[in-house]
Design a protein around this ligand. Structure first.
Ligand code: ADP
Ligand code: MG
Length: 689
């Protein structure tokens, strides 16, 4: 038997041969339903033709219809130039011009043909001239029936026009391939949406812009509803069993904690500690995200959470992405906990078997109150006597599965996630839909602000002089570049730049080189040498980004700063300014790059949230997916920023649905359930209930 392509495969569509199918797949469109959800990002409005006499008034693109009076064609140095004179229905003349780009125009037009053309209009002595972006031929006597032409995300070899043609030709078949409607009928009705098929028609072949907008909103709402329902299911599952330990919060514990500190808590710290303690006082496991800019004092908040657990006889585990970061956490936490008689045990892969075994035994026996280590702590056979609190630093993958694994062992700890990655306030709650959020939006007083400069590459020699001066004064510096080796494009490579620096610029300084292609052990050793002050300058890629603290490092130089988003630059900048000394961040960009204005945002502001807002405005939310891995990364249609109101409505709807029908067993919810069953993180929840 010969295998036929399944009918929903892209290659099975009419007008799609193997070559075109491959081009579709390159765009991520491998099936009929995927094509149906490949939405136009705008529409060219070809609905009404403007009389020649009125052309050129709008300043934008305009449409005209006319009969060809004469055709002039020539080739100039490989460029094809086609100039057609037309007369509109009132007999008024205008000109249409094709220059170079459209090879189909050349040799195509004859006197007497009727055409519609669209493009930007210039007015000449001879009348209006249209620089054609779009055109078509009308049959003799055919009325001009203008339309909204969908413009699809396309590629060099697969033009929007071709995509539109395939969609149009196969539309009925595409609709048949659509998955069941995830919107319950009552919800669709309440929001004034038509059928799902109408929404697709409205988006792909709208008669009016309103129809397109309405159709898109329905699709986006459904996508948001699925996202929010998934989060709500996770939340209600977590809240259902009441299997966490409700901790008692002594009335004067905050005062006692503060008395042991060398300084007063900031207002924000006090508020956030209360939020966390209040969660820990419930028998529903806490799932809270602590967001705070670098230097906002998250360690202290973590210590307060550990203290409450310890006072209730419960153990805590603090986990960081790397051993070095875990060590640093341990070093900062320990002195905060000593006054309370709480000691830490470190559990690392690189530890000697003997000390590791000793630590593991103390944790299992319950003599040790706190474990600090990498994420391996919870996964690699470390047993706790009474784990009550898990603190997870800078990573968001501690999710449903890890929780399930712990619960299988009879443990349901309160969980606190900590991140220094600022996510705009409006987004945070939706991106991390199953997390409650605490914001540390205030820096402790008495900090010397980091001075930030944006300079052109032609002044790099002066920048390096400045680095030398700081090193001579006993300080350390980071030099960050985007590429590892040369040949990764025109970008500065850390390997080449460190060689050059060693040979020509800083022959007398101790230089370290750090990048992602080094082994984990080697990376840790170099970083540790920098921490111990055995290196003056660390040339590195952004591997250094995650929260390492070197109080003596006061200069951060970022080469090819144009390559980084503002939020990422802000993160890099946070590597300095950790001590009492004045620190500097120098952003270097190519002489020919128009970067001054963008980078000026960083020279002006040190508020991570403000910067994240700007970043979002400039780059759109797509780039968030790198940092915000839960949920939002999967959005295909909606845009949490632009469609925030729709999101909010969908979220409220999801809460109602889950409250009324947590198993999504009602036939009304079959479509929604079917959609969620394709997502691993909710699939398990649905199948178990
Ligand atoms: P984060 O982890 O959020 O980047 P840290 O917890 O490392 O910040 O705190 C940064 C620095 O600020 C530390 O040196 C810490 O001792 C100090 N600090 C924290 N809270 C306060 C406070 N309320 N008043 C003064 N200094 C503080
Ligand atoms: Mg920290």
């Amino acid at each position: 038997m010969i295998a036929e392509p399944s009918t929903s495969e892209i290659a099975a569509l009419s007008g799609v041969g193997p070559k075109t199918a491959a081009l579709f797949r390159e765009l991520g469109i491998d099936s009929a339903p995927a094509l149906l959800e490949h939405l136009p990002f705008r529409y060219d409005d070809l609905r009404s033709a403007t009389p020649a006499a009125l052309l050129g008034r709008s300043g934008g693109e305009e449409n005209a219809v006319g009969r060809v009076a004469s055709v002039k064609e020539r080739r100039v140095r490989g460029l094809e130039i086609v100039e057609v004179r037309l007369l509109d229905d009132a007999g008024e003349p205008f000109e249409a011009k094709w220059i170079g780009r459209n090879r189909y125009a050349y040799g195509r037009f004859r006197e007497g043909m009727r055409l519609f053309v669209r493009g930007r209009v210039t007015r000449t002595l001879a009348g209006p001239a249209i620089n054609v972006s779009h055109y078509g031929q009308l049959a003799d006597g055919e009325e001009y029936r203008g339309e909204l032409v969908p413009i699809y995300p396309a590629s060099k070899d697969l033009a929007s026009r071709k995509i539109a043609a395939v969609v149009k030709k196969n539309f009925a078949r595409l609709l048949e391939s659509a998955p069941p409607d995830p919107l319950p009928a009552a919800v669709a009705r309440a929001r004034g949406y038509g059928s799902l098929a109408d929404a697709y028609r409205g988006v792909h072949a709208p008669r009016t812009p309103e129809e397109a907008q309405r159709g898109r909103e329905r699709l986006v709402f459904a996508e948001f509803l699925a996202l929010a329902t998934a989060a709500q299911l996770r939340r209600s599952e977590r809240e259902r069993d009441h299997d966490a330990r409700a901790l008692r919060v002594p009335a004067d514990l905050l005062e006692e904690f503060e008395r042991a500190l060398p300084f007063a808590l900031t207002q924000a710290q006090r508020r956030v500690v209360r939020e966390i303690w209040s969660d820990m006082g419930r028998d529903v496991p806490m799932n809270r995200l602590l967001q705070g800019d670098v230097g906002s004092g998250k360690t202290l908040v973590a210590a307060a959470a550990v203290l409450l657990a310890a006072r209730n006889g419960m153990q805590s585990a603090l986990m960081a992405p790397t051993e070095l970061l875990a060590w640093q956490h341990a070093g900062k936490l320990a002195p905060l906990l000593v006054p309370f008689g709480i000691t830490l045990e470190a559990v690392f892969g690189s530890q000697s078997a003997r000390s590791r075994n000793a630590a593991v035994a103390k944790l299992a026996g319950g003599e040790a109150a706190v474990a600090v280590g990498t994420h391996a702590l919870l996964t690699e056979g470390v047993d706790f006597d009474r784990l009550g609190l898990a603190i997870i630093d800078e990573q968001h993958r501690f999710g449903v599965e890890q929780r399930a694994r712990l619960r299988a062992k009879g443990i349901s700890p309160h969980t606190l996630h900590m991140t220094a990655t600022p996510i705009p306030r409006t987004l945070a709650q939706s991106v991390y839909a199953d997390l409650d959020i605490s914001l540390l939006d205030e820096l402790p007083p008495g900090r010397t602000p980091i001075q930030t400069f944006a300079v052109r590459t032609s002044r790099l020699a002066r920048v390096y002089e400045f680095v030398s001066e700081n090193v001579a004064a006993g300080r350390q510096a980071y030099i960050v570049a985007p590429a590892i080796e040369e040949g990764d494009g025109t970008l500065t490579s850390v390997v080449a730049e460190s060689q050059r620096l060693r040979a020509e610029v800083f022959p007398d300084l101790r230089l370290g080189l750090l990048h992602g292609r080094l082994g984990a052990r080697e990376k840790e050793e170099i970083m540790a040498a920098f921490v111990r002050g055995e290196l003056d300058v660390l040339v590195c890629t952004t591997v250094v980004e995650v929260g390492v603290d070197v109080a003596n490092a006061t200069v951060m130089v970022v080469l090819d700063a144009q390559r980084y988003g503002l939020a990422q630059l802000h993160q890099l900048r946070g590597r300095v300014g950790r001590g009492a000394q004045q620190s500097y961040c120098i952003l270097v960009y190519p002489d020919d790059a128009a970067e001054r204005e963008r980078l000026a945002i960083l020279t002006r502001s040190t508020d991570g949230f403000e910067i994240a807002d700007e970043d979002l405005r400039l780059r759109g939310p797509g780039h968030l997916s790198g940092t915000a891995q839960s949920g939002a990364a999967d959005l295909r249609l909606g845009d949490l920023v632009r469609d925030f109101d729709v999101y909010r409505a969908a979220k409220a709807q999801a809460q109602q649905i889950v409250a009324a029908d947590p198993a999504l067993a009602d036939p009304e919810h079959a479509g929604l359930r079917a959609l969620l069953e394709t997502q691993p993180s909710t699939r398990a929840l649905l199948l178990s209930s």
